[in-house]
Design a protein around this ligand. Sequence first.
Ligand SMILES: C[S@@+](CC[C@H](N)C(=O)[O-])C[C@H]1O[C@@H](n2cnc3c(N)ncnc32)[C@H](O)[C@@H]1O
Length: 205
Amino acid sequence: MATSRPTIGHEFWEGRYQAGRTGWERGVPTPAFRRLLASDRAPVPGRVVVPGCGRGHDALLFAEAGHQVTGLDFAPSAIAGARELATAAGLADRVTFKVADVLGADVSVHVGQYDFAVERACYCALHPSDRERYVESVAKMLRPGGRLIGSFFVGPAEGGPPFAATWEEIEASLAPWFETETVGFALEETPLPGADLFAIVRKRT
Ligand SMILES: C[S@@+](CC[C@H](N)C(=O)[O-])C[C@H]1O[C@@H](n2cnc3c(N)ncnc32)[C@H](O)[C@@H]1O
């Protein structure tokens, strides 16, 4: 039976990259991730997946810090741009970018592969009806005890994307798979009207 999921498909995001309408991008890594990696709480280098990586600024930050990184995004232009940036930064041996749908079967080859997932503005880009599936995908890609390090956009709901969520809603959707270790507002302004919440959550064992 046909379903009428309101999911926003790759054509939408590909169109945004091709048209240069990427108002969410800072063009540099997420400051909260940079601070984490420079702190005494920096995660020991391991295997990292970045779902909805876009042009890969955060993936490259973690690669630069010594992690082995895989960036996933279903917009081919984003992945092409990310690969160019990786080559220009001399990090192509530490980061792999793949065209993949993080809500679908593409995730199966990544099951249990990662110590960390790093998410910035992917959760808020998904229709709320896809959140449960997204959280499950991220959890499945992590090993038991692996951590999701997130910069979650919270802001006004304008019909999306982004689809606003409160931390309470985000945490409730994470709860079947993750327990919260750290959460707090990031210090800097976001490129979009709203705020970023920095959080680290640990996959339940
Ligand atoms: C708001 S952008 C954020 C991109 C990047 N994380 C950043 O901070 O610049 C959301 C990204 O998620 C990607 N995306 C949305 N749904 C996806 C899905 N189901 N599978 C893979 N990527 C997805 C889009 O193509 C887009 O690059």
